[in-house]
Write a protein that binds this ligand. Structure first.
Ligand SMILES: *Cc1c(COP(=O)(O)O)cnc(C)c1O
Length: 420
């Protein structure tokens, strides 16, 4: 059986149109890297570009680089490079700050685009924690009330009191993909705004922000976009909202005339309105350079490979792992699946530690979830087969502690993890 799956994997890798992209990343043959949904791998050309940014742009040109090296316009320029990956036209995305900060801007701005009688903000009940914490504070500041709602129930929950809903496109724990077009349409029918967090979807699957009429969106760039640790996040504002978008953090970088240095604030036009203060140029330019790997890559091809990879990994797990040791929390249906496989396993902490020691790098979501992220740009089918095979070996050595896990028992865990 394992011979067949191994041959099958090699055959699939041979026919994979994206296989050649792996060579653009710094990876080693000993490791199967399945944590690109937490920190994307380093594109191999980025160090040279960063050496140039530091020695020439910063070292020799110094302050002239704000103009001559295009530092000042980087947030919008890089936003326009991310735009096609999430289905946005140019001019709608600005790169700035962290996802957490952009959640704050988006939630407060959504209440300001709404009306005062709409006093509820619906928040994805399974959200990545930071979104929930920030939304709660934004609600307190704006006199709204947070209502936690499972993403599948948002359409029913939205009503005349709903100002906006903040939803994760893909559940960071289970890998479940939520219905962005349908939920957005239902929110609009109720007169509410849709704010989507794309952290676990951008760079892994088509999003279609413009096409589906999303109002506001945020996302990070260090997961499937490989921008580097702590690379800046982005904020999308639909064209129809740009003129009225009223940022709660109107820093001088978002001023219509930033170098006028006037005491009164006047918002810039367009995406720049989402800026706050001086951007983190080194991280910003590392991200810009990292985005080169996307040149000529179609998100549809990435999605096709992602689904094939996660299907194949599940097939290998089913073939190799003794029954009852793991249960997948990731939906089988392609329409409900992101680009990861989450396996519930009673011995998850010990199992993940041992997997990492043996070169299969996924991550643990406490207390009992083994998470494996599949980045189609650099993960292949042989990697998926090897990860499943080593998982089975590790499980054979670590005795089962508890009764077989049930996928339906997954529960939300309140404590945040350091990464994501
Ligand atoms: C990764 C992730 C974040 C991270 O936020 P930071 O401000 O970059 O730490 C936020 N939301 C979601 C849904 C995530 O997956």
């Amino acid at each position: 059986m394992s011979e067949t799956l191994r041959e099958n994997a090699l055959l699939r890798d041979t026919h994979d149109p994206l296989a050649k992209l792996r060579g653009k990343f710094v990876l080693d043959e000993e490791t199967v890297y399945l944590d690109g949904n937490s920190l994307g791998a380093l594109p191999a050309h980025v160090p040279d570009r960063m050496a140039d940014v530091i020695t020439r742009e910063w070292g020799r040109l110094r302050i002239r680089s704000w103009d001559e090296s295009g530092w000042w316009t980087a947030p919008e320029r890089i936003g326009d490079r991310i735009a096609p990956l999430v289905g946005a036209a140019p001019g709608r995305i600005v790169v700035s700050d962290s996802t957490s900060v952009n959640v704050f801007k988006a939630v407060v701005a959504a209440t300001r685009l709404s009306t005062d009688d709409r006093d509820e903000i619906l928040v994805d009940a399974t959200t990545f924690p930071t979104d929930g914490y920030i939304a709660e504070s934004a609600a307190r500041m704006t006199g709204r009330r947070i209502v936690p709602v499972a993403p599948a129930d948002l359409a029913d929950a939205a009503g005349p009191r709903t100002a906006a809903a903040l939803v994760n496109h893909v559940d960071f724990r289970t890998g479940r993909l939520h219905d962005l077009p349908g939920t957005t349409a239902a929110l609009h029918a109720a007169g509410a705004l849709a704010i989507w967090d794309l952290c676990h979807s951008a760079g892994a699957l088509p999003v279609g922000l413009d096409e589906h009429g999303v109002d506001l969106a945020v996302g990070c760039t260090y997961k499937y976009l490989n921008g580097g640790p702590g690379s800046p996040a982005y904020l999308y504002v639909a064209e129809r909202h740009q003129a009225a978008f009223d940022s709660p953090l109107p820093g001088w970088n978002s001023h219509a005339d930033p170098f006028g240095m006037t005491p009164g604030y006047a918002a810039a036009e367009g995406a720049a309105r989402g800026r706050v203060g001086t951007p983190d140029i080194l991280s910003m330019l590392a991200l810009e350079s990292a985005l080169d790997v996307w040149d000529g890559v179609a998100v549809e091809d990435v999605r096709a490979k992602s689904l094939a990879l996660t299907d194949f990994f599940e097939e290998c797990v089913a073939a190799y792992v003794p029954a009852g040791r793991v249960a997948s929390l990731t939906p089988r249906a392609h329409s409900e699946r992101g680009s990861q496989v989450a396996l519930r396993c009673a011995e998850a902490p010990a199992v993940m530690a041992e997997l990492i020691r043996r070169g299969v790098v996924g991550d643990l979501r406490r207390p009992d979830v083994l998470r494996f992220g599949f980045t189609p740009l650099y993960v292949g089918f042989a990697d998926a087969e090897r990860a499943a095979r080593i998982l089975a070996e590790v499980l054979a050595e670590i005795p089962a502690e508890a009764p077989a896990p049930q996928a339906s028992e997954v529960r939300r865990e309140a404590a945040p993890d350091l990464d994501s």
